[in-house]
Design a protein around this ligand. Structure first.
Ligand code: NDP
Length: 244
């Protein structure tokens, strides 16, 4: 019997990351995911993946820490012998208008959203199998900008630049590197948004609905599959038509 492929998903305990873990497990991947602090949620993700008949493991790791990212990749290679897919999903927001935004708010978001994917890609791309896929979760804000998100938009635009450059670097190894730019997606990240603002968001979306984590996981599944082997360096906008 052929060995299962292995996918690493950062920030898999909740939201989009959890949906990606579940979907990739359904697709037959063994799953290793990271989380920051929410152990209960991580256990639930493990259960959901194991239901699909694959191995699943949640590891507490801060993606903003270079050594922790390197250690994670080394452990995965030691325990599973390979990495087929890396989904850089972990992300945070520290929203504010620029004149109220502290140096710390800017630096924290850069550390997690931009340095994190860099550390993970540097470690994983060296060890990745031929035909592997790296999928970076960017954002509508990185493509189009967003009020109150100067820090976040900078990281999400930055991840697109990293995606395109790395795609060129590793193409000869038949590794693809693509970004997904979700629009507004129903996760804990939206908790700070009030009902009224959510209604405004919906009105602005041509499909008139907030996206689901599964909407993003479907795109991740495609970019992780052999059906997308000749697609690299691209940004797939999954946003119900928000930016056409
Ligand atoms: P959530 O806030 O629901 O979940 C964030 C996940 O990232 C959790 O698993 C969390 O772990 C983990 N995490 C946070 N910081 C770290 C860290 N330093 N190291 C490791 N893991 C960490 O986020 P979403 O699911 O909403 O977002 C996922 C991605 O999608 C992010 O990159 C986000 O920017 C992007 N995105 C989201 C949109 C949305 O509308 N929701 C829109 C566009 C893009 P724990 O559970 O332990 O806290």
């Amino acid at each position: 019997m052929e060995d299962k492929k292995l996918a690493i998903v950062t920030g898999g305990s909740r939201g989009i990351g959890r949906a990606c873990c579940e979907r990739l497990a359904k697709d037959g991947f063994d799953i290793v995911f990271t989380y920051q602090s929410n152990e209960e949620a991580a256990k639930e993700t493990v259960k959901l993946c194991e239901k699909e008949g694959v191995k699943a493991e949640g590891i507490k790791r801060d993606v903003a820490n270079s050594d922790e990212c390197q250690k994670l990749v080394d452990e995965v290679v030691e325990n599973y012998g390979k990495i087929d897919v890396l989904v850089n999903n972990a992300g945070i927001t520290r929203d504010n208008l620029i004149f109220k935004m502290s140096d710390e708010d800017f630096a924290d978001v850069v550390d997690v959203n931009l340095k994190g994917p860099f550390y993970m890609m540097r470690a994983a791309s060296r060890k990745m199998n031929k035909g592997g896929s790296i999928i970076n979760i960017s954002s509508y804000a990185g493509v189009n900008g967003n009020i109150g998100q100067v820090n976040y938009s900078a990281t999400k635009a930055g991840i697109i630049g990293m995606t395109k450059s790395l795609a060129k670097e590793v193409a000869r190894k038949q590794i693809t590197v693509n970004a997904i730019a979700p629009g507004t997606i129903e996760t804990d990240m939206l908790n700070q948004v009030g009902e009224k603002q959510l209604d405004e968001f919906k009105k602005a979306i041509p499909m008139r609905r907030i996206g689901t984590p599964e909407d993003i996981a479907g795109a991740v599944s495609f970019l992780a599959s052999d059906d997308s082997n000749y697609i690299t360096g691209q940004v797939l906008c999954v946003n119900g038509g928000l930016a056409i």
